[in-house]
Design a protein around this ligand. Structure first.
Ligand SMILES: [Cu+2]
Length: 149
């Protein structure tokens, strides 16, 4: 009986149980890679309903969704400069996001939610600025490799 109740509870709450938190570190200088102003990892694939927790390993960074390089209908999001930033991804698709002060230096990240790449071409066509353009190319190439597996 106890097992039955437990498995019933488990199936009732399966959705929330499986919603995960994925940590992305924000670095001014990543000691592991020597990369400056970066989100590590640069490309993250998650499920609908998952939350990304960005942790500032060094101060001075934030997270802002790039309007025009996120799925249609997604509201604007700009975080503060907090030690920990959280955002739950409820809409499937490809998202590009930046750190506001370091965008021109290439501080950019990609998220794919629910294996949905229906807006990937729009993200590829997006005009990224400054060094973010080169960074976007590298991340999109990496994403293509991940998708090919
Ligand atoms: Cu930054």
């Amino acid at each position: 009986m106890r097992t039955f109740v437990l498995s019933l509870l488990f199936s009732l709450f399966a959705t929330s149980l499986f919603a995960e938190e994925i940590v992305v570190d924000m670095w001014s200088l990543d000691p592991a890679t020597q990369e400056k102003n970066s989100f590590n990892s640069g490309v993250v694939m998650i499920n609908k309903g998952d939350t990304i927790v960005w942790k500032a390993q060094q101060p001075g960074h934030n997270v802002e969704l790039l309007t025009g390089a996120v799925p249609e209908g997604v509201d604007k999001f700009r975080s503060g400069f907090d030690k920990e930033i959280r955002y739950t991804f409820d809409t499937p698709g490809v998202y590009a996001y930046k750190c506001l002060p370091h965008y021109g230096l290439g501080m950019l990240g990609l998220v794919v939610v629910g294996n949905d790449v229906s807006n990937l071409e729009a993200v590829k066509a997006f005009k990224f600025q400054g060094m973010a353009s080169k960074r976007a190319q590298a991340l999109l190439t990496h994403l293509d490799e991940m998708l090919a597996k």
